[in-house]
Design a protein around this ligand. Structure first.
Ligand code: FNR
Length: 375
């Protein structure tokens, strides 16, 4: 046959095959300060790097002569069936990346049969996002100083059909993100956290040389005095299950269970909060052991392929969330890009399940992986 002409070959070369293929496409048209905001981490970005490197130590232990003719990625979370255990982590301000913002993300997640955790700082109303969604959505919250706002959001989420509240507990203050400080990064005036009162959000839009407007805003808006004993107050304001995101130790996992958490998310916020926090993957077994099956454990941080997702699921996660890769897909191609990222991750997961002889998530356990020593 004839070899493909230059155009066709070019198309074949640039067709996204892996999650990282979406990154360059996504950032093509975006300002470098937005790229820095998304890609960056806190401090020396040690934890950011460690999240990725931890997956490099995972070795898979394949079993053979298993019927793998129909690998099945289906699962269930807090009563909702999901076609895939790979979901969307809460990330702020999707209109920075695509004009449709969170509506595109909701459509893409729905198409993939994936869970979507919507950020408190969404740039579309939580009601519009729920209306665009065809799969389960959870609403993420930070503990605001203004408790009446928190109570109102909890009520709105239940009324709009959200199925859980996710309280992020690793950000009493914003991490020291040097890229954003150097860029004097502020959220542009046309992108708004529309679920919150404009007066509450003003500082996030006020550029200041050498400072991150988001750090200033967080210090103003988020209550750093909140403790375990406050959780009951939030619970009493909503019938929804309560999920705690940002648990990294067995001690806190046990406390979460004692306080009736309906799920926990092992996460270091993608390396954006405490630098030198452990790689998320390294914290996962300790949390899974401490929880001891009392509630589902979710995972995020550094997942860049379906094989990475497989590793976290083998180490005991019930579901795995993608932060930055979903934003790459969104920026590259809106809902199609989000569905593409989730679809590639799910296909790679199914393929890994087949080649390791674990055709369903119910047979996946720690015997599927070993961890090589850190290099
Ligand atoms: C985040 N993350 C985050 N978490 C949260 O609870 N609420 C939020 O509003 C945000 N916003 C946010 C914005 C951006 C640009 C990023 C990259 C991340 C953290 C997010 O939920 C998740 O923990 C990490 O992104 C997971 O790591 P990966 O997949 O990005 O490596």
């Amino acid at each position: 046959g004839r070899s493909p002409g230059p155009d066709r070959r070019g198309a074949a070369m640039t067709a996204p095959l892996r999650l990282t293929d979406y990154r360059a496409r996504g950032y093509r048209r975006l300002p470098s300060s937005v790229r820095d905001f998304v890609e960056g981490g806190a401090g020396e970005e040690r934890t950011l790097g460690a999240n990725l490197r931890a997956f490099g130590r995972v070795v898979l232990r394949p079993r053979v002569l298993v019927d793998v003719s129909a690998p099945d990625t289906a699962t269930e979370l807090l009563g909702a069936p999901l076609a895939t255990p790979v979901g969307v982590a809460p990330t702020a301000y999707h209109r920075l990346l695509h004009p449709e913002g969170e509506l595109a993300t909701a459509r893409g997640a729905g198409r993939a049969g994936a869970l979507y955790v919507v950020s408190l700082f969404a740039s579309r109303t939580l009601e519009e996002v729920a209306a665009a969604a065809t799969g389960p959505c959870w609403l993420q919250l930070y503990w605001l100083r203004r408790r009446e706002v928190l109570a109102d959001l909890a009520g709105r989420a239940a009324a709009a059909g959200y199925r859980a509240l996710v309280l992020t507990v690793d950000a009493p203050y914003l991490g020291r993100r040097h890229r954003d400080a150097r860029n004097g990064f502020a959220i542009p005036p046309d992108v708004r956290a529309v679920n919150l009162d404009p007066a509450l959000m003003a500082a996030a839009h006020r550029p200041a040389p050498g400072r991150s407007a988001l750090a200033v805003h967080t210090a103003e808006a988020v209550d750093p005095s909140v403790t375990w004993s406050d959780l009951a107050w939030l619970r009493a304001r909503s019938p929804l299950p309560l999920v705690l995101k940002g648990v990294l130790t067995g001690e806190d996992a046990r406390r979460a269970v004692e306080h009736g958490a309906d799920a926990v998310v092992v996460s270091n916020h993608g390396g954006r909060q405490l630098d030198r926090a452990p790689a998320a993957l390294d914290a996962l077994p300790e949390v899974v052991d401490a929880v001891g099956g009392a509630c589902p454990v979710l995972f995020d941080g550094g997942v860049r392929s379906g094989a990475d997702a497989f590793a976290a699921l083998a180490l005991g996660a019930r579901a795995v969330l993608l932060g930055r890769p979903v934003l790459w897909g969104l920026a590259a191609d809106g809902a199609d890009g989000v569905a593409g990222v989730l679809g590639v991750a799910t296909e790679e997961l199914a393929h890994t399940m087949a080649l390791t002889g674990r055709p369903s998530l119910s047979v996946l356990d720690r015997s599927a992986v070993s961890l090589a020593a850190p290099r």
